[in-house]
Write a protein that binds this ligand. Structure first.
Ligand SMILES: [Zn+2]
Length: 293
């Protein structure tokens, strides 16, 4: 604990204070944080995480998201919370038609910064059958339509379905340079990465990048960096998942305070100083989320 009269190196203090970060993708409402949400929020704010986005996945948890959002925003030392409601493709078996109406309802009654997380996922066998994949595509299209209707950016979840997501975005004439958007926790190859950035999306980079064995991700990130520079990226924890490698001894789940590890690795890969990369990522996040912070 630092008491007021303790001497603090003014340079060190300045450096910590001027690093400001946005965690563009969190599930900070999940019960993993129930015992430690206040401490996690405080740690995040100490690490310069000034904003975090709470991402939706199942309609039955939208209410819990609102409660967490209000709880976090009532704390003194905490990032500012923002809501993004959406129906996640991984949970497609659990979504009902009525959930789209519930989503509209929440969009009408709460400030949602984006529609998230939406997209397609064919990673597991249970997601690949024709009827389930058709249902995923239908929910994705309906949510793109809602994003247009409500003028919201979309934050995409895409696993082993990059070509189909690009096809649907083209059919729906959705461009993220007009409307904002992030390809969250990007997992595709170089060409796919370039295609999403060409469509105006920022690539969301998680703690996965801290692992030197994440060769495909690092190659895709470097290919995009070579063509577009740091403009094409935002960072996220995707907590409680995607624990950065340097934190894996700390506990069983990730938290927003671990976000600087993603910044550190990107700064090394891009040969940029952390300060200017953090500032660039801040601007990119604001652009992707169509906001001014
Ligand atoms: Zn997520």
């Amino acid at each position: 604990m630092i008491k007021k009269q303790d001497k603090i190196d003014p340079m060190a203090q300045n450096i910590t204070q001027s690093l400001r970060l946005i965690d563009t993708h969190t599930h900070f409402d999940v019960p993993e944080y129930d015992e430690a949400r206040v401490q996690c929020a405080r740690r995040a704010s100490e690490q310069g995480v000034l904003h975090l986005v709470l991402i939706g996945y199942l309609a039955r948890y939208f209410g819990r998201m609102v409660q967490t959002h209000e709880f976090v925003n009532a704390l003194e030392a905490a990032p500012k919370s923002h809501l993004a409601f959406g129906l996640h493709p991984l949970y497609i078996h659990e979504h009902h038609e009525n959930d789209l109406l519930i989503l509209s309802d929440f969009l009408n009654n709460h400030h949602s910064i984006a529609i998230a997380e939406i997209g397609l996922d064919t990673y597991h066998k249970s997601l690949q059958s024709a009827d389930i994949y058709a249902k995923q595509q239908r929910f994705f299209v309906e949510q793109i339509k809602l994003a247009k209707q409500y003028h919201k950016p979309i934050l995409l979840h895409i696993r082993k379905s990059h070509a189909d997501v690009l096809k649907i975005l083209a059919e729906q004439n959705y461009r993220a340079d007009n409307q904002g958007g992030i390809a969250h926790s990007f997992s595709g190859g170089e060409q796919e990465a370039l295609a999403f950035v060409k469509r105006g999306f920022k690539l969301g980079i998680t703690g996965q990048i801290t692992n030197p064995n994440a060769k495909k991700l690092r190659r895709a990130a470097m290919a995009v960096f070579a063509k577009y520079g740091a403009d094409a990226f935002v960072i996220e924890t995707d907590c409680p998942d995607m624990m950065p490698l340097p934190c894996q001894h700390l506990g069983s789940f990730n938290e927003p305070a671990n976000l600087p590890h993603v910044l550190d690795t990107l700064a090394l890969l891009f040969s940029m100083d952390k300060q200017s990369l953090a500032e660039k990522l801040w601007q990119n996040s604001c652009q992707a989320l169509q906001t001014k912070w």
